[in-house]
Design a protein around this ligand. Structure first.
Ligand code: ATR
Length: 296
């Protein structure tokens, strides 16, 4: 059994969530600490909702440096920390908490993960059309990152529940003047938007293990070879959407890039060291070969 020893020297970090047995974060961060010879311990803190406030409070003690936060608590912890970054406020989710001498600061590094995943294609996305599938927390981070870092002409948010997509479009509209935001759950509109988009992003869990044979796009959608497709699902590594896009000759970006990108930013906030990307990537790929389902 893995033992956690509380000492004066070793600093603690953990991932806070519920039902997160397949989280990739411990392996990813532990490999990075080892590579840089840093004395940190990274654990899994699976808590029920009623215990969450006490656990967040405890991060101020016991030599905790902070925590990552995943489902279902990214929104709830906003109200439990002492300060929230501008980015996390706009996205309305905190996925990283840093303990600065007893003061807890909440950050969102998911937007950085999206930025890192797509930075290579910045010129192609700028002033072009983007379609984002889903309207949950991950979609908010994607809409924010794409609008802020790549300034597309328009972003269409496609979601089965129109109200959720419309709420994001309405909220982000006034914040980013170079981009127009729209929402739809209409089949024809979705097909039309897919046809003219430079970039498609899936932020839903559609295609994630164990239900790997499904795809968030309408059945009659066509992907073209000049398009870019990012699927934030990373388990399986090549989702049905990415296979479909790959087959069409499109450029594909795996959710592993977002996983590593958000992890890198969190690691830098915790340690003030550069993230050893190569080492972490190898470990995450190895882990993914062996698990059935996962979250950050
Ligand atoms: P996260 O915070 O990880 O984004 P979430 O808040 O549960 O997770 O959001 C998941 C998004 O994927 C939602 O927009 C959800 O659609 P609804 O707004 O209609 O609930 C979408 N989603 C999840 N499963 C889906 C499915 N099987 N088909 C279509 N959309 C799905």
């Amino acid at each position: 059994m893995k033992r956690t020893t509380f000492s004066e020297h070793q600093r603690h970090i953990g991932i806070i969530g519920h039902s997160i047995s397949h989280t990739m974060s411990p392996a990813m961060h532990t490999s990075a600490f080892k590579k840089l010879n840093l004395d940190y311990n990274y654990g899994v803190m699976d808590v029920s909702p009623d215990m969450l406030p006490n656990l967040i409070s405890a991060l101020r003690t016991l030599n905790f440096r902070g925590a990552n936060v995943t489902i279902p608590y990214k929104e709830k912890v906003i109200h439990l920390v002492d300060e929230v970054s501008e980015e996390a406020k706009i996205i309305n989710a905190v996925n990283t908490i840093v303990n600065n001498n007893g003061r807890l600061i909440g950050y969102n590094t998911d937007a950085h993960g999206i930025y890192i995943s797509l930075a290579y294609y910045a010129e192609e996305i700028k002033n072009n059309h983007v379609v984002i599938f889903g309207a949950g927390g991950a979609a908010r981070a994607a809409v924010y990152a794409v609008a802020k870092f790549f300034a597309p002409k328009r972003i269409m948010i496609v979601n089965r529940t129109l109200e959720n997509a419309s709420a994001i479009a309405k909220e982000f509209g006034p914040k980013f003047k170079l981009t127009k935001f729209f929402a739809t759950n209409d089949h024809e509109v979705t097909i039309r938007e897919i046809n003219v988009a430079a970039l498609l992003i899936n932020t839903t869990s559609v295609g994630m293990k164990p239900l790997i044979n499904i795809n968030p796009l309408p059945q009659d959608a066509v992907i073209q070879k000049d398009q870019i497709v990012l699927d934030i699902v990373y388990n399986p590594i090549e989702t049905t959407l990415l296979k479909f896009a790959h087959h069409a000759g499109a450029r594909t970006v795996s959710g592993i890039e977002m996983l590593l990108g958000q992890g890198a930013k969190a690691f830098e906030l915790f340690t003030h060291h550069d993230f050893p990307m190569h080492t972490a990537r190898e470990v995450v790929l190895k882990e993914l070969m062996h698990v059935k389902g996962s979250n950050t």
